[in-house]
Design a protein around this ligand. Structure first.
Ligand SMILES: [Zn+2]
Length: 411
């Protein structure tokens, strides 16, 4: 069946034609969600879907589904797609590749007269980027039950427009209930948006999940004193104690290399005077790992590091507050295997990879067996007008998508 391949040239043409909508002077795309540009992108996508014989429906969050019947109408559809909205200075490939490769899969099956047992559905999720209407991935989030519909429709932009109002304005406030229907599997092709595949010269990333994230607010309290007369051993220097602690925090990530991450992205010393010993330091910690058990071990290690700091400096106070935890997402083993098998059958070099960024598939993994496919992008650059994936990389990804979907929909 690997003789069945997508038309890479047609996929490239579709990508370039879509990129004309909202094209920027520097070669990127500004097609922010629910703008007139987004409407034009949606209209074009709808036309292409209808030309490919798909029945297009739109749900109340404006997400678009193009349905291709299967031989067995009782089987839930296998879903493939991504998003057509972009960053203000976005690229031609982020999201659009996943949607248009899904369309190319359908076109290829049509050309070759291939029917599937399960129906297929290609999807364009509303507002993946979350630039104009935070938070990101809101429509797939509503579909997956992470947010309720009321919350989704009432998000506002800076001008006070709501998602619900803008959906009405551009004609994409659909009638279909969001979610609450069975799906057989979901596959999302996306550019990597990082440097690993290109650096290792691999053509496909078999995405096994998304990493977990924990955010902490931390505070160290000592006492202000004069930088001159106060002997070093008499000080309660909050920043000096913090400096010792920082080394231990980075060591926690190092102990769980290569996937562990620890970032102290904000740090403020008070009162912020060059000749006063800092009496208070406030800082943040962001810790990540793809494995939930390791995330918990890292959390435990962080608490121990704070305990040791208290032991070293009993005259100071050390506060650690966890403020957010997004657990790691493991994609479905059978869907990952379908991607891996497709990669092997096509003879494409691959490696397993964990997504560092959020994607619609990460929310959808909560309600449907899901996997993702990554292809390399130049210098790992994304959310940038210079974003680039080669025609070969786009076709590689679409071919893996095609064969993973076929395996799952039992051609
Ligand atoms: Zn994206």
């Amino acid at each position: 069946m690997t003789s069945l391949q997508v038309n890479g040239e047609r996929l490239w043409q579709s990508l370039m034609t879509m990129a004309e909508i909202g094209a920027t002077a520097k070669g990127g795309v500004n097609r922010q969600t629910l703008t007139d540009e987004d409407r034009r992108g949606r209209d074009l996508f709808r036309r292409w879907c209808e030309e490919a014989g798909l029945t297009v429906t739109v749900d109340r969050m404006g997400s678009m589904f193009g349905h291709r019947p299967g031989r067995d109408p009782d089987r839930p559809p296998v879903v493939l797609g991504s998003h057509l909205d972009s960053q203000p200075t976005g690229g031609k490939f982020d999201g659009a590749l996943g949607v248009l490769a899904a369309l190319e899969v359908i076109r290829t099956l049509n050309d070759r007269g291939v029917a599937t047992e399960a129906p297929l559905e290609i999807v364009n999720w509303t507002n993946e980027e979350g630039v104009r209407f935070p938070p990101a991935m809101i429509a797939s989030g509503v579909f997956a039950g992470v947010f309720d519909l009321e919350y989704g429709l009432s998000r506002t932009d800076h001008a006070g427009h709501t998602i619900g109002g803008e959906l009405q304005r551009i004609g994409y406030a659909g009638p279909q209930k969001v979610g609450h229907r069975p799906l057989g599997a979901l596959f999302e092709l996306h550019i990597e948006q990082g440097p690993i595949l290109e650096a290792e010269d691999r053509r496909i990333g078999v995405v096994t999940g998304g990493q977990g994230t924990r955010w902490y607010d931390c505070e160290v309290i000592g006492a202000e004193s004069h930088a001159g007369p106060t002997p070093m051993e008499a000080r309660r220097d909050a920043l000096r104690a913090t400096a010792e602690l920082l080394g231990e925090i980075y060591a926690i990530a190092q102990a769980h290399a290569p996937d562990g991450r620890a970032t102290v992205g904000e740090l403020r010393a008070f009162p912020g005077s060059r000749n006063t010993v800092p009496g208070r330091v406030a800082f943040t910690v962001d810790m990540r790992h793809p494995d939930g058990g390791v995330m918990d071990a890292m959390d435990h290690a962080l608490r121990e590091a704070f305990e040791r700091a208290r032991g070293r400096a009993p005259a100071l106070e050390f506060h650690l507050h966890e403020i957010w935890y997004a657990p790691p997402v493991a994609f479905d083993a059978a869907c990952i295997a379908a991607v891996r098998d497709a990669t092997l059958a096509l003879g494409l070099s691959a490696r397993e990879i964990v997504s560092g960024a959020g994607h619609d598939a990460v929310y959808m993994a909560r309600v449907v067996p899901t996997a993702m496919i990554f292809v390399p992008c130049k210098d790992g650059i994304s959310h940038n007008e210079a974003e680039y994936a080669s025609p070969e990389a786009c076709a590689d990804g679409a071919n893996v998508l095609l064969h993973a979907v076929l395996a799952r929909a039992a051609a």
